[in-house]
Design a protein around this ligand. Structure first.
Ligand code: TRP
Length: 442
């Protein structure tokens, strides 16, 4: 460990905002809407909410208890409470973070490209535009530019620019989303969209594959399963109420995703984009929204550009948290300076993302492998660790908490409920991952 005292957030709300900034990002809009569109709408949404409450909240609190308790980055924190044999889990976190950031940055690059194309009206054929923007030399260039931005922020420290930008642009994004949801509700034909989004096909709720994707999405959206929340909580003081914060963070995160669905689903049906979205579910958000913006004329350019700028900022605060895990680990465990660690690992990530920018199937595959399987695996092992191995997890949550209420149940969930559920999900995820690998390799 370096000799300098550990950094701390400016305030208690600084931590909550940073954690929400990590959680709210492309996952809530791009990933949520593509998975919901692909996996039966309402059934997916209900399962995703269920996994968020039953698994996401407990695992979020577990990561935060571990991070604040140990006041170390993931590998060192696991070693602190579990001995050397648990360091491997920290290493798994770092690998997951790398892969996720690599393709996440490619999608973030799309949002920049769209923000700019918005100025000129988004083009007339949304599906063709998406195919052009999402793969090839432009996608590579935007991906590299975005990674350069992430590296700059992580080198410079997160508080100054990024926190200030996020505090302004994230609320603006929320206002835009609400406005778009209202706009979409007035469109003719939106009813079918609400039906898909909100009325449940009970048989799909028991579909194994839908469950697996919903569980993975709960992890991805809450930034769980790879030590991001653990790392952020390691900068937190004993006056912070982790129990309350875990609920605030989860509720905000779910709220934004749900709202995104209230925009995307009515638009798909109001503009008759069902077939185009079906051809490229990965592009659901990027195909439907520009179609709506183009329809709105000059106002659509302004709103559309603002929307994608807001989304790019959301992506930036999330990407920063992904790189921060790798960097803080390299600082603690390899003794590198922040600058060197960031430049080196940022460059490696940028290279790793290039294949995803050249082939959208590879992007989808990386999302399945890391964004689903590795996160669920990491979350499972972490729940087992905090539930069974960490000496007194409840004592790690208590400082700052208003009461002990719910903490016994929390530990019970971590021990007896979360691991079996996740083991079951993991099995399905492994199958889905192998199938996806097979499909891409042909
Ligand atoms: N949660 C972010 C989103 O929804 C992405 C993200 C940031 C993430 N940090 C993470 C995902 C750590 C998994 C793990 O866009």
């Amino acid at each position: 460990m370096s000799g300098a005292p550990r950094e701390k957030w400016n305030s208690r709300t600084g931590f909550v905002l940073a954690a929400i900034g990590s959680a709210v990002g492309l996952g809530n809009m791009w990933r949520f809407s593509y998975l919901a569109a692909e996996h039966g709408g309402a059934a997916f949404v209900v399962l995703y909410l269920g996994f968020t409450l039953l698994v996401g909240v407990p695992v979020l609190l577990a990561e935060m208890a571990l991070g604040r308790g140990a006041r170390r980055s993931p590998i060192a924190a696991l070693e602190h409470y579990g001995g050397r044999s648990w360091r491997g889990l920290g290493a798994l976190f770092v690998v997951s973070g790398f892969v996720i950031l690599a393709y996440y940055s490619v999608i973030a690059g799309w949002t920049f490209a769209y923000a700019i194309s918005g100025l000129t009206g988004f083009g007339s054929d949304p599906a063709a535009t998406f195919a052009e923007v999402s793969t090839g030399p432009d996608a590579v260039a935007w991906h590299l530019a975005f990674m350069a931005l992430v590296v700059t922020v992580v080198i410079g420290g997160v508080r100054g620019g990024i926190e200030r930008a996020a505090v302004f642009l994230m609320p603006a994004l929320l206002v835009l989303l609400v406005g778009l949801a209202l706009y979409a509700s007035g469109l003719e034909g939106s009813g079918e969209g609400y039906r898909r989004y909100l009325s449940i096909d009970v048989s799909a709720v028991f579909d194994r594959d839908v469950m697996v994707q919903a569980a993975g999405q709960a992890f991805f959206s809450l930034s769980l399963g790879m030590g991001a929340m653990l790392t952020f909580a390691s900068y937190v003081g004993r006056d912070t109420d982790l129990k309350r914060d875990s609920l605030v963070i989860s509720a905000s995160d779910f709220g934004v995703a749900f709202l995104a669905g209230l925009v995307v689903f009515p638009l798909i049906f109001a503009f008759g984009l069902e077939a185009q979205v079906g051809d490229s579910t990965l592009g659901a958000l990027f195909i439907t929204l520009p179609a709506a913006f183009a329809e709105m004329g000059a106002a659509g350019r302004v709103v559309g550009t603002l929307f994608f700028v807001g989304l790019a900022v959301g992506a930036l605060t999330s990407a920063v948290s992904l790189l921060e895990v790798v960097v803080s680990t390299a600082i603690d465990s390899l003794g590198l300076s922040r600058r060197r660690a960031t430049l080196f690992f940022g460059s490696v990530t940028a290279l790793l993302g290039i294949p995803a920018a050249l082939d959208i199937e590879i992007l989808g595959l990386m999302d399945q492998v890391a964004g689903n399987f590795l996160l669920v695996l990491g979350g499972f092992l972490l729940a087992v660790f905090v539930g069974w191995r960490m000496p007194d997890p409840v004592a790690a949550v208590l400082p700052g908490a208003a009461s002990r209420w719910g903490l016994g149940a929390w530990r019970g969930l971590l021990r007896y409920v979360v691991p079996p559920i996740l083991l079951w999900v993991l099995w399905g995820s492994a199958e889905a991952t192998l199938a996806a690998v097979g499909a891409v390799l042909g």
